[in-house]
Design a binder for this molecule. Sequence first.
Ligand code: HEC
Ligand SMILES: [Cu+2]
Length: 445
Amino acid sequence: MIIATLPLALLLVEMMIQSLTPSVHVDPLLAKNVLWWFGHPVVYLLLFPAVAIYYLLVPRYAGRQLVAGNVIAVAWAIAVAANVLVWAHHIYIDYPQGSPQAALNVAMQPMTFSLTVVSALSLYSLFFTMYRSRFQWNAAATALFLGLVSWLLSGLSGVINATIAFDAVVHNTLWIVGHFHQMALLNIGLVIIGATYAWLPELIGKPLYSEAMAKWHVWLTFLLATANSAVWLYQGLLGAPRRYAVLPHEYDGATRAAIPITIALGGAQLLFAWNIVATLRGTGVDRAVRLAAKPRKRLSDAAAEALIVLLAIGLAIPAGVVGWVIGHYAGSPRTRTVTVSAARPTPSTTPTSTPSTTTSTTPALGGGNPAAGKAVFTSAGCSGCHTLKAAGASGTVGPNLDQARPSLALVIDRVTHGKGAMPSFAGQLSQQQIKDLAAFVVASR
Ligand code: HEC
Ligand SMILES: [Cu+2]
C-alpha cells in the first residue's frame, strides 16, 4: 500500500504543478502506466485477505484439510510476484501510433491469462474441500460459498476482458462496472460478511442474535447484487458508457429496472445491521434462553422474518418489471422518426431538397448549422470519446475525427444509431441537432 501510494502522490503533485505552470508537462501515457503499475497490485491487495479467510474458514466448516494446499501456496506466491507485471491490461486501448505501447499491451494478454490459472486452482481446491464433506451450512459458511460462486462468475467476465479484441468493444462501458462490482462487492464483500458472522460471536463471547436472519441477509445480498451487476453487464454490451451522470436515454429502461433492485439490496443490509447490533447488545443470549424454554416460538420468529423479506421481494420484482416496461416503451417512437429521415442526406448536389428553416444553414452541410453543432458536440459529451481540434476535444475512446474525416452521412448515421462502444444519441438529440453536429464535424476538417 505504501509502495503504491508514494508514486501516485508524486504524480498528483506533478499535476498540481502543471495546472499552475502550463509549461511543465506530464506525459499522459506515462502517467497512466505509472498509475496502473502501482494500481493493479492495490486491486490485488483487496483480494489477498479475502483469499486468506477462505483458506481459514472453508476447511473449518468442511471439517477436513484443504485439498491440494501445497500447490495452492506455491501458486499464490507466484501470483504475488506476477501480478505486478500485468498493469497495462488497464490501458489496452491506449496506444498512440508509433509508441511501443501497442506491443506492451499485447504482451499483457498472456500474462493476464496466466494469473487466472491461480484463481482457477484456488476455486478448484476450495470447492473440492467442500465437495462430499459434511459441510456445515450456517450463515457464515453460506456467505463464503456464495462468495466463491461470485468469484467464479466475475472471474469469467474478467477472463474475456483480458483480450484486447473484446476490450475494444466493452472499454469505458458499464460492462466494466458490472465486472468489478461483482468481484469486489460479491466476492470480497461476502467474505467480509461471512467472517463477521463467523468471528464476531467468538470475539465478544456472545451468540449471534439470529442465524436465520443472517442467512436471509446473505442470500438476498447475493441474489440482488448479482442481478444489479447483470444489468450493468447488459447495458455495457449495448454500449452504455460508464462515468456518465446521465446516460443516453436508450438505456433508461434497464436503469429503471435496476432501481428497485438496488433499493432492495440496500434494504437487505438492514437485516445485517439489526443482527449485528442485537448481537453486540447481547440480545442473542436472552433469545437463546427464551427459545430453549419455548421451542415452538422459534418457528414463528423465523416465519415473521421470512414474511417481511418475501414482502420486500414481492414488491421489488413487480416494480422492476413495471419500471422496465415504462422505460422501454416511453422513448421508442421518437427514436424511429429520427432514424428514417436522417438516413440519406445528400450534400451539395440537391440544395432544393433541404429544408431551410434557419438562415445560416448551408446546403453543402445538409441543412445543419456548424456553429450550433459545435455547442451540441460539447454538451452531448462527444469530446469525452473523440479527438476533434475545432472543438478542443482530445478523447481517445473512439476514432480521432480529425484523422477519420467522416462524411456527413456517416456522422449522422453513427450519432443516430451508434455502433459498438459509441452510444446512439437518437433519443437525446433532435434531428436538427444531429444535422448541426454533422455539419460542424464535416466543416471542421
Ligand atoms: C462513449 C464514447 C463515445 C461517445 C460519447 C461518442 N462516440 Fe463517436 N464513436 C465512438 C466509437 C468507439 C466509435 C467507433 C465505432 C465503430 O466503428 O465501431 C465512434 C465512431 C464515431 C464516428 C465514425 C468515425 C469513423 O470514421 O468511423 C463518428 C462520426 C462519431 N463517432 C461521431 C460522434 C459524435 C458527433 C459524438 C457526439 C454526439 C460521438 N461520436 C460520441 C465512441 C463515442
Ligand atoms: Cu488489473
